[in-house]
Design a protein around this ligand. Structure first.
Ligand SMILES: [Zn+2]
Ligand SMILES: [Zn+2]
Length: 61
C-alpha cells in the first residue's frame, strides 16, 4: 500500500511512502534529499539532547 507524500523541502515533488514498511528511505528527485521518518526522529532527539547539554554547560560557565 503506497501513499503519496509531498517532499518536505520543495513541496512540489511527490514521493511514495510504502505504508507496509516500518523503516524506509524516500528520496526527492528534485532536491536530491533522502527522507526517513525513523532516522529523522532519531536525529532530532540526538540534536536536542546535545543542544540541551551544551546549553547547560554554557550556562554553568
Ligand atoms: Zn524536494
Ligand atoms: Zn532511516
Amino acid at each position: 500500500m503506497k501513499c503519496p507524500v509531498p517532499c518536505f523541502e520543495c513541496n512540489t515533488f511527490t514521493m511514495e511512502l510504502d505504508l507496509t514498511k516500518d523503516h524506509q528511505h524516500i528520496a526527492c528527485e528534485r532536491c536530491e534529499r533522502v527522507w526517513c521518518a525513523v532516522c529523522l526522529g532519531r536525529v532530532e532527539i540526538k540534536i536536542s539532547e546535545e543542544w540541551l547539554r551544551r546549553q547547560r554547560v554554557a550556562h554553568l560557565n
